[in-house]
Design a protein around this ligand. Structure first.
Ligand SMILES: [Zn+2]
Length: 183
């Protein structure tokens, strides 16, 4: 409460929009919408496993996470995740595709829409911890340290499941159903 209009400076008043009570300007059309912030993260494959960093900032100081961060207004989420990798793990990455999109609900700050990608370390790149990381490590999927954020754990689980699926040949049942569909 106690916010002011960004257009005219008037104290905002409560108004109802689509069943939600929001702070709005009494003079013009400014509404203080409660929107989520957009962040992007990436599961980066590197020789020896997956790249993770140990955080040198809050939230989650000292805990491990995937590289990633907030998407700026003037960049695409995929560009943002490449930039964040340069800043956090000191290396260029190639984005291979989208893993999934997650909603991380928060009450003391705007909730997050987390866009999770999969990718790889670009050829010849070496890792080095940026200012926001205490250290950067590469671990096989089965030996990764616990990650700080649920959306990162979900993205990693999805990545592991996709890899396992790609590595196993189709079962006889799947092969049969594929054949019957094409007849
Ligand atoms: Zn106003």
């Amino acid at each position: 409460m106690g916010h002011y209009c960004v257009n005219c400076g008037a104290p905002l008043v409560l108004k109802v929009f689509e069943g939600r009570e929001l702070e709005a300007c009494p003079n013009d059309d400014f509404v203080l919408w409660r929107d989520p912030k957009v962040s992007a993260s990436i599961v980066v494959a590197a020789p020896g496993g997956i790249v993770v960093g140990r955080r040198a900032i809050e939230p989650g100081y000292g805990l491990w996470c995937l590289p990633g961060g907030f998407v700026n207004d003037d960049e695409s989420p995929a560009d943002a995740v490449v930039r964040e990798c340069l800043e956090e793990i000191g290396a260029r990455v190639e984005v291979d595709g989208l893993l999934d999109v997650y909603h991380a609900g928060r009450t003391t700050a705007p909730s997050l829409v987390v866009i999770a990608y999969r990718g790889r370390l670009a050829k010849g790149e070496k890792l080095s911890a940026g200012d926001e990381m205490l250290e950067v490590g590469v671990y096989p999927i089965s030996e990764l340290p616990e990650l700080a954020f649920p959306s990162h754990r979900q993205a990693l689980a999805k990545y592991a499941a996709l890899r396992a699926e790609a590595a196993s040949p189709p079962s006889p049942a799947q092969a049969t159903s594929t054949r019957s569909r094409t007849q």
